[in-house]
Design a protein. Structure first.
Lengths: 190, 190
DNA sequence: CGTTAAGCGGACTCTGTCGTCCGTTTTTTC
DNA sequence: GAAAAAACGGACGACAGAGTCCGCTTAACG
């Protein structure tokens, strides 16, 4: 676990690789080749493999970092007094993230069982669970769903919109999902 | 367009290939190799390529066939008197299809612009559009969505559930989407 | 500075998959 | 049942991407 600190150039290259990978994954998904990532980072691809023994390890590093940024956001949402608004605000934020980053959904589902991602996921899920339970307690969210369901539904709905020429389509989809997540109501029209 | 009829053995092999492909795509998605399809069909893989110059052509054939089966179902739904029920019944049917066939969503989005699939899609969409407009007229479905949106939302929601150990998870997701597709209502709780 | 160890990257291997070629087999037809 | 045409499938080619090796370079430290 305790690694000797990296040499200065190695540290710099590591950051470049991480940046290049994050950028390319966001733009084009996880199927970009390691060669291309290395090229954008300005290093040889062997340098990438020196830090990340496997391409999946690189994906996991990028994804788990992004999940951790989300964690901070849920923590903030948990402070908001209105539980329903907090929940929906978070969903919109997560949606925005997915919409600007097609690699997130892809990379996440590809690497869920790598330790790094699994841990980040567990941490995030615990917090989302709180957010949801709070919203469910006030009747703002239907009682039969859990954190996983929300992540998956939002992620995949947006993933479906990602190839559309309409850059804002995903927002309509998030609206639909969000409405669907409210408790079902009695209606006059069947 | 007018091809001379196939020799008896060729016709038989063609059907075997189509069956094997449909089966494997349904079970494991479109990434199964042509070799494996050929093996299951009991032919050499050159035989596959003789009928389908490209793997995508094979996928398109399988997918467009399945879309055509759906078309029949929408036509039936258009007969049903209750527009809302007809719409929801169709969505459940399509959901069932996607849930039992992971290749459908994948193959469809992969080959949308191959003539065969594009045509089938256009035909299906026209009918779904009618189904939706009818349902929208009675207030059973929100007015701001179209046929494409429904297909995509249902397809991707289920796609998100497909890797879960819970075989029935997709039903909960379809419920959520279906609820979200109803017209938004005024609520007491924000 | 000079030594040393960490780091570098081009060239290489390996694997898997799509797609083609061509000598052989099977169907059809007369 | 023999000749012609159609179909077959194993062997082959091509390519792309992941991951390794090793001789050269460069940062770190006394």
């Amino acid at each position: 676990m305790s690694t000797t600190p990296l040499r200065a150039d190695a540290q710099r290259n590591l950051e470049r690789v991480l940046d290049a990978a994050a950028g390319l994954f966001a733009e084009r998904g996880c199927d970009v080749s390691v060669d291309e990532i290395a090229r954008r980072a300005g290093v040889g691809h062997a340098t990438v493999f020196r830090r990340f023994p496997t391409k999946d390890d690189l994906i996991a590093a990028v994804v788990s970092k992004q999940i951790h940024e989300l964690v901070a956001h849920v923590e903030a949402a948990l402070e908001e007094p209105d539980a329903g608004e907090a929940f929906r605000g978070f969903v919109w934020h997560a949606g925005e993230l997915h919409a600007r980053n097609r690699g997130l959904y892809e990379g996440f589902s590809r690497c869920v069982d790598l330790r790094e991602v699994a841990e980040a996921k567990a941490e995030l899920n615990g917090l989302i669970e709180q957010l949801i339970e709070r919203a469910q307690a006030t009747g703002a969210v239907r009682p039969d769903i859990a954190a996983d369901d929300v992540s998956t539904l939002v992620g995949s709905a947006i993933h479906g919109a990602v190839d559309s020429p309409d850059r804002e389509l995903w927002r309509r989809y998030v609206e639909v999902v969000l409405d669907g997540l409210r408790p079902p109501v009695e209606r006059l029209t069947a």
